[in-house]
Design a protein around this ligand. Structure first.
Ligand SMILES: O=P(O)(O)OC[C@H]1O[C@](O)(CO)[C@@H](O)[C@@H]1O
Length: 622
């Protein structure tokens, strides 16, 4: 993006203009403008108690701070107080992490809260993210600047560059910017990496007596900044809904022609939250979660064979189509690929040029590397992400698996073990398609509320905190707003389990994996064979922003949990019933009654004979 375009008004479509008019909701504790009651809670430690000493040593000034809750001004809580005086403040804000739908509303929320506190307050956006911060490149946020970015996707109001404020040079540049601009607060928007950097910056600011308070905001599509304090991140809801719509469409396409296997890779970082949630929303035939693969230590060939077994089982039922979800982090969860990627990462860290990496691999890693198709080899050696890890979005794991599955199916055919039709695949990577979407109402509200909380944190004089909201399952009015010391979410990886465990690396917020003990995961596994064989596809459709189709439960199913379990049981039960009642030639009334409770059009197709289903109205069965 051209720097001159940043913050300039842009032409909006009719839908965008309508979205810009949407006024996000605030919880009751934030509804009285500047008047909020602040309650200090317990002191914090590290999320992993075994790491507390290490985190404390790394953050001597900011470790162990208290939890803070923001309450309605009329609440009577002993020790809590309302800040009545609001002298003018100056605050900076930047997009540090990757684009995630809803990000703009953090800025809008912060702006609205600042103006409610004192009309003389000034909010400065850093143009170009971290690079703008280092170079002191600002844009003052005003009503005019915000007008065409309210409730809109992208991060283009300010843009972003690299998610890194870490080297001494970068930290010094940040200090000098904050001092020169006399900032009372600095709001850093991003995921695990950006918030870890925010904590480090806060610590350094306190050490150097810099008055700027650093605040982190959990914004990442990956949904992996999740812990006892953070229920979900801004953008995850939208991204899962958009991806699920696309996957649902692909499923219908697959079953209509009955000839392709769709391998769909989903952006979402190292953890598989996006793929998991999308599987719950759209019911593809298979989802291969990185966390499962890592736990069972499945090799590339074992995963390939599992998929081939599924293809064979479906062929036995006369089905030659299917949809598979693959998280982008899967590649790193496969033990031998992980070891190879680690070797490549080490070579990068030693400044070995990309072209020389293959020749410097250990013999076993070189053998594996050679076995891989050329396109994957090229992608594996690409330069690293800012956290020194592989560029997952650039590795076409879906194409690698499709390639291996095709080879294995051909082999089985040749050996006479598979007698079905030739296997045929189509590959997709769903990343930016969803990342650039208009945010859902949930993400609009959540981001706007977080923006407000940032300003309360600064007014309270807190440094090194993350803005958080809990009770997100409830209506916005009942959301609970808080500030959590970022150090409380940090830990250090340890090499071995047990007392001899050796800590490695510095304290950071680690991406949290899928909880394989959660009930939603148990349901997915229990239904795996039905999903594989029965084409239990679901068509969620596009995000509905208003009207009768608006999401009544504007939150993802992995958080919704219990209610979803009921939903899936009903679907299964329904399918059994439909199998029993719907026979070719049955009355239209019976058909209608059955259809009104149907899970997907595909269920109709499955149980009905062709002449009857041709007469059916095309309902959206949800
Ligand atoms: O396309 P980009 O900007 O390199 O970002 C890709 C990465 O960013 C993330 O969305 C967030 O970390 C990852 O899921 C993904 O690998």
């Amino acid at each position: 993006m051209n720097a001159d375009d940043v913050g300039s008004p842009r032409e909006l479509t009719g839908l965008q203009r309508r979205r810009a008019l949407y006024q996000p909701e605030l919880p009751s504790c934030l509804q009285q403008g500047a008047r909020v009651r602040v309650e200090f809670g317990d002191s914090t430690t590290s999320i992993d108690p075994k790491c507390a000493d290490i985190v404390a040593q790394a953050f001597p000034h900011t470790f162990g701070q208290k939890l803070v809750h923001f309450l309605e001004p009329c609440t009577t809580v002993p020790g809590a107080h309302v800040i009545e005086e609001h002298p003018p403040i100056r605050v900076g804000v930047l997009f540090s992490g990757r684009q995630s739908p809803g990000g703009h509303n953090v800025i809008w929320g912060a702006y609205a809260a600042m103006k409610a506190q004192n009309p003389h307050n000034v909010l400065l956006g850093f143009v170009g993210g971290t690079e703008g911060l280092f170079a002191k490149k600002t844009l003052e946020i005003t009503d005019d600047v915000l007008s065409s970015y309210k409730n809109q996707g992208g991060f283009d109001l300010l843009g972003r560059t690299v998610d890194q404020i870490r080297t001494t040079e970068q930290v010094n540049a940040a200090i000098s910017t904050c001092c020169d601009l006399s900032l009372d607060g600095l709001i850093i928007i991003g995921g695990v990496t950006s918030n870890s950097d925010a904590a480090q910056l806060a610590e350094t600011f306190t050490k150097h007596n810099c008055k700027t308070k650093v605040i982190g905001v959990p914004v990442t599509l990956s949904g992996d900044l999740k812990n006892q304090f953070v229920e979900t991140t801004v953008g995850f809801d939208t991204v899962c809904k958009v991806n699920s719509q696309l996957i649902g469409n692909v499923c219908l396409d697959a079953v209509s022609a009955g000839k392709y296997y769709y391998f769909v890779r989903l952006m979402g970082g190292k953890a598989s939250h996006v793929a998991f949630e999308c599987a719950l929303q759209s019911h593809p035939n298979m989802v291969i979660l990185g966390e499962e693969v890592a736990l069972s230590k499945l090799t590339l060939m074992e995963i390939t064979n599992k998929i081939c077994d599924g293809v064979e089982a479906r062929a036995a039922q006369g089905k030659y189509h299917g949809v598979l979800l693959i998280p982008e982090g899967l590649i790193e969860s496969i033990p031998e690929m992980y070891a190879l990627i680690q070797e490549i990462n080490n070579l990068h860290s030693n400044n070995v040029p990309e072209d020389d990496i293959p020749s410097q691999l250990s013999p076993w890693a070189a053998a594996l590397f050679k076995f891989l198709p050329p396109f994957i080899r090229r992608e594996l050696v690409l330069h690293q992400e800012s956290d020194n890890s592989a560029q997952l979005s650039q590795i076409d794991t879906e194409q690698l698996l499709a390639h291996l599955v095709e080879a294995e199916m051909n082999k089985r055919t040749k050996e006479g073990n598979y007698k079905g039709r030739k296997f045929s695949s189509v590959c997709h990577f769903f990343g930016c398609q969803a990342r650039g979407s208009l945010p859902s109402n949930f993400d609009c509200n959540y981001a706007y509320v977080l923006g407000h909380i940032c300003v309360q944190i600064i007014a309270t004089g807190l440094n090194g905190y993350m803005a958080t909201v809990t009770n997100l399952k409830d209506s916005t009015n009942n959301w609970r707003c808080a500030a959590v010391p970022i150090t409380a979410m940090m830990s250090v990886r340890r090499h071995l389990r047990g007392p001899g465990a050796v800590p490695i690396g510095r304290p950071v917020i680690h991406p949290s994996p899928i909880d394989l003990k959660a009930e939603s995961y148990a349901v997915l596994r229990e239904k795996a064979s039905s999903f594989l064989l029965d084409d239990f596809y679901r068509t969620p459709g596009g995000i509905q922003f208003e009207g009768p189709g608006t999401d009544t439960k504007p939150i993802t199913l992995t958080i919704e949990g219990q209610d979803y379990l009921g939903d899936i049981e009903i679907l299964q039960d329904y399918l059994d019933k439909v199998r029993n009642i719907l026979k070719p030639g049955c009355s239209r009334e019976i058909l209608k009654a059955a259809i009104s409770s149907m899970a997907s059009v595909n269920d109709v197709l499955k149980v009905m004979s062709a002449p009857i289903h041709a007469e059916l109205p095309l309902y959206h069965f949800n």
